[in-house]
Design a protein around this ligand. Structure first.
Ligand SMILES: Cc1cc2nc3c(=O)[nH]c(=O)nc-3n(C[C@H](O)[C@H](O)[C@H](O)COP(=O)(O)O)c2cc1C
Length: 485
């Protein structure tokens, strides 16, 4: 498995037969039609069914304002032709920043963050003549145990604690007596979300995303069965934070604001690298498994969607109009969230064929869409499919398994994939994401006082080919990296 090359398909028939061999239930349509269908989202209509997922580039200033590369990315997304731009993770408080270069939404940064919407919109108008059918949002986040200043945890997760660094440089993990965030901390944070929401709309964004995915704080709260007090324990306690935040936002900002949420429908269990084979293996756990969200407590390698579906029902009753379905943790089981061809340097060889990971995304998203046929459900996990991603999206759309097909890594490699789909009826294979994790390597590499390297597509974007060379030189490695023609 470790050295295998997975993606080796020249035609739809070749990838179809691999999907059939694996029995994963992914199908592909030849002709693209449904991806060009407009989608109604609350009182707005977007011009097609394609989107761009939140993709931070770790390229803000040290104050949390967008910098040159941030603006460049948003311009490219605006030009791209996808009608749903789901803006990147932006911290609501400084202690919740995931890295020193993440955006931070506060009063001082508001004007420059507003510039991102302006840039994306004007690039869109320049190319398509109008932006009236474009929706641009911003993801509001608190990074919880992955906050870079110090981990802020909702509860002690026995496996996740083993792989969460208290001090990465010294390889020190979370000790058993490490304090958890108090109920008062969380209550104050609810108000910080409301303030951030107010600012985001003021900056001109069409919607906010209350991020509850990828094992950051609000996602962690959803699985906090062992947390005592009002924010843990049963489903009611674990959803108290999101209910309070939604209630407070509505009370302060009214019913007309558009609210979305990116949710982990399946956290999975933490994996670590097997020292002998290098393949990812689950960190040993006991049954019943009482941690994480969306997992079957008797077999946590499988999803149990009953609580995620209840959560979505609850959010809808609080006026949430759009759900972006995701899964897993980029820190400890990234084959779930981002099926990959080659792992990041600090990762492991994939324990499953990436098509199985893609199929898990489609299966779970499909089940959620079937449970809420009239909800706008945005799907994830498409990028590994390269030039065939929209053919799979087309099938999912036609079969009521998703409402908007969006790409993450695929969009930094090929921001104008939607434009090309319309123009050529297909994607250019020379521009697609190769899922070989350079973007993740860059965002995780320390760069002295600058925090870390900016993340972008090394094989497809020469700006990041150059950044990667610089990174290799700084590590005393030969620099053979070249942008692919
Ligand atoms: C460099 C990088 C930055 C990302 N930034 C975010 C982010 O800000 N917010 C978020 O929810 N997900 C983020 N993700 C995850 C992607 O949005 C997406 O869920 C993931 O890459 C899987 O989708 P894909 O197969 O289309 O890439 C990031 C992923 C990468 C590789």
């Amino acid at each position: 498995m470790a050295t295998e090359r997975f993606f080796d398909f020249k035609s739809l028939d070749e990838i179809r037969s691999e999907a059939a061999r694996l029995g994963v239930g992914i199908s592909f349509e030849e002709k693209l039609e449904a991806v060009f269908r407009p989608v109604k989202i609350a009182d707005r209509t977007i011009g097609n069914s394609m989107g761009i997922h939140p993709m931070e580039g770790c390229d803000g200033t040290l104050e949390g304002k967008p910098d040159e590369l941030t603006v460049r990315r948003w311009r490219r997304f605006g030009e791209g032709g996808a009608k749903l731009i789901w803006g990147e993770a932006t911290a609501v408080v400084p202690e919740g920043l995931a890295n020193p270069r993440q955006l931070l939404i506060n009063e001082e940064n508001l004007k420059s963050i507003a510039e991102l919407v302006r840039v994306a919109r004007s690039a869109h108008v320049e190319r398509y003549g109008t932006d009236s059918d474009l929706l641009v949002g911003l993801q509001l986040t608190h990074s919880g145990r992955y906050s870079y200043r110090r981990p802020l945890i909702a509860y002690h997760h026995p496996q996740a604690d083993k792989v969460t660094y208290l001090d990465k440089a010294k390889s020190v993990r979370i000790p058993a007596d490490y304090p958890v965030m108090s109920d008062d901390d969380l209550e104050r944070l609810e108000d910080a979300y409301v303030a951030a929401a107010r600012r985001t709309y003021k900056a001109g964004f069409d919607f906010i995303d209350i991020k509850q995915c990828h094992t950051y704080l609000l996602n962690e709260l959803l699985g906090a069965r062992t947390r005592p007090g009002k924010y843990g324990g049963d489903f009611e306690g674990r959803t108290r934070f999101i209910r309070n935040v939604l209630g407070k936002i509505r009370a302060e900002l009214g019913n007309s604001v558009l609210i979305a949420s990116r949710v982990n429908a399946f956290d999975g269990v933490p994996f670590a690298k097997d020292p002998k084979t290098g393949v990812g293996v689950p960190i040993p756990f006991e049954l019943p498994y009482r941690h994480s969200f969306g997992v079957d407590q008797n077999d946590p390698l499988k999803e149990d969607l009953s609580e995620p579906i209840e959560l979505i029902r609850l959010m809808r009753s609080h006026g949430v109009s759009m759900i972006n379905v995701s899964m897993g943790s980029p820190y400890y089981n990234m084959h779930y969230g981002r099926p990959f061809e080659r792992s990041p340097d600090d990762g492991y060889y994939t324990p499953e064929h990436p098509l199985i990971g893609v199929a898990r995304h489609f299966r779970i998203t499909g089940a959620i869409q079937k449970a809420f046929p009239d909800l706008v459900v945005v799907g994830t996990g498409y990028s590994w499919l390269r030039q065939f991603l929209l053919n799979a999206g087309e099938w999912n759309l036609r079969n009521g398994r998703v409402t908007v097909v969006a790409t993450g890594r695929g969009a930094i490699a090929y921001p104008d994939y939607a434009h090309d789909a319309k123009k050529y009826g297909t994607l250019q294979h020379s521009r697609v994401c190769l899922a070989i994790s350079y973007c993740t390597n860059l965002m995780r590499a320390k760069n002295n006082e600058l925090g870390q390297y900016p993340a972008g597509c090394v094989p497809r974007d020469e700006v990041y080919t150059a950044v990667y060379k610089e990174f290799l030189v700084s590590r005393g490695k030969p620099h053979s990296a070249k942008a692919r023609p």
